[in-house]
Design a protein around this ligand. Structure first.
Ligand SMILES: NC(=O)c1ccc[n+]([C@@H]2O[C@H](COP(=O)([O-])OP(=O)(O)OC[C@H]3O[C@@H](n4cnc5c(N)ncnc54)[C@H](O)[C@@H]3O)[C@@H](O)[C@H]2O)c1
Ligand SMILES: [Fe+2]
Length: 378
């Protein structure tokens, strides 16, 4: 095996670490900050907390809040225009995966004055974006570990990947205190996303001993602490372990790629607006059962990490363990309840198979197989 791996970037982790932001900005040789966050976050008090930290250190800053869930290409273009107006700065990506992904696109577009988000596919070889610091406020996507974002081309109803090595966050600042107020419903959806990152990374065609090391640890942490954080959002230990698990899962997926759960999840979200983690939960167990013939070793690692078995059929044990976690956080719903129309299923199946994320699935499905799987959870 020939491997070339750059496993990690810089991570600063611990309750209260967000107070050190001015030092991190300074360390990057900058004194101005452009904060990118989503519209919902101000109500939590987090944006104000960060503004006060920056202001107290005399750091000139602007806050761009015009980002919604599953950010669109239009939102990226508006953000880039605002950043070009503000000028040279560190981009502080503050929020869940939506804000983090949007910040990467905005930073990259600002470094490429003539470009718009519609050029996403060509920007992979473009000029550098502005340097980023990522401060996740959900324990889920692991988007702070990589330089790509998922954005939505609303007119084409499809996900577009925008990214560049220069917009991989220079520093991931993981402060579990920021997730203490996350509502149970969002804790469930974002935490389930992290669990899927670990499981799909283990089973991915791109899995290596490096990604598997991150992924197994991530599955263990998320599997154990997600139900606890869901039941008691104020449990700082659960929040801390979950945040670390989600971050490690991010490193895993960045190294290995994912698979069919994400292919279907992206298509479901594009068709219905369903939150990412809820869309994944709708099909996770069924995709695992479908993939089992090609993922026996990965599902054994999954089952062991979730402390189930030993069992003659490790895949069954892994699916059952996932079923229990999913049940404990009340997240799995039939597609009908997510707003899917029966006649949309062929189009959703086609989009799932066409999504590049599906290429790493251990068992590659046909459109007909995905459609059948979707009907089974309708
Ligand atoms: N780049 C990657 O590696 C990667 C991986 C997986 C998913 N994603 C993308 O990430 C996005 C989903 O991100 P997400 O699951 O983190 O959700 P999100 O960013 O859309 O946030 C969900 C909701 O939670 C709110 N919120 C965030 N932090 C909060 C807090 N601390 N307290 C209270 N409310 C809070 C937000 O305002 C929002 O309304 C999708 O667009 C998905 O495609 C990216
Ligand atoms: Fe995800």
């Amino acid at each position: 095996m020939r491997l070339s791996v750059e496993p990690a970037g810089r991570t600063e982790y611990g309750p209260g670490v967000v107070a050190e932001l001015p030092d991190f900005v300074d360390g990057l040789g900058h004194s101005r900050v452009f904060v990118v966050t989503d519209r919902g976050l101000r109500a939590t008090g987090i944006v104000e907390r960060v503004e006060k930290i920056l202001a107290a250190a005399g750091i000139e800053h602007a806050v761009h809040e015009d980002i919604g869930p599953n950010p669109s290409t239009a939102e990226l273009d508006r953000g880039a225009a605002a950043l070009r107006g503000f000028g040279d700065s560190v981009v502080l990506a503050l929020g869940g995966g939506s804000a983090l992904d949007a910040a990467k696109g905005i930073s990259l577009l600002a470094g490429n004055p003539g470009a718009s988000a519609a050029d996403a596919e060509r920007l992979w070889d473009a000029s550098d974006g502005l340097p980023l610091i990522a401060v996740p406020t959900t324990a889920g996507t692991g988007a702070e570990t990589n330089g790509f974002g998922v954005t939505e081309d609303v007119r084409a109803r499809r996900k577009v990947y925008i990214g560049h090595s220069s917009v991989k966050p220079r520093i991931a600042v993981l402060d579990p205190e920021l997730t203490l107020g996350l509502p149970a419903r969002i804790t469930a959806a974002t935490g389930l996303d992290a669990l899927v990152h670990g499981i799909e990374s283990l089973a991915s065609r791109g899995s290596t001993p490096f990604s598997a090391a991150y992924a197994a640890q991530a599955v263990g942490l998320v599997g154990r602490w997600l139900p606890i954080a869901y039941r008691d959002g104020g449990d700082l230990q659960a929040r801390s372990e979950l945040m670390l698990g989600a971050h490690l899962a991010g490193h895993a997926l960045t190294l290995s790629g994912l698979g069919l759960v994400h292919g279907i999840g992206h298509a479901l979200t594009a068709h219905t607006g369903t939150p990412h983690g809820v869309a994944l939960a709708a099909v996770l167990e069924e995709v695992m059962a479908f993939s089992a013939p090609a993922a026996a070793a990965a599902y054994e690692v999954t089952a062991r990490a979730l402390h189930v078995g030993p069992s003659a059929d490790w895949a069954d044990a892994a699916v059952l363990a996932v079923h229990e976690i999913s049940g404990a956080i009340g997240i799995k719903r039939p597609l009908r309840e997510l707003g899917v129309a029966l006649e949309d299923i062929p189009a959703i199946a086609a989009a799932a198979v066409a999504d590049v994320v599906t290429e790493n699935a251990p068992r590659l499905p046909s459109e007909a197989e995905v459609a059948e799987l979707l009907r089974s959870v309708y």
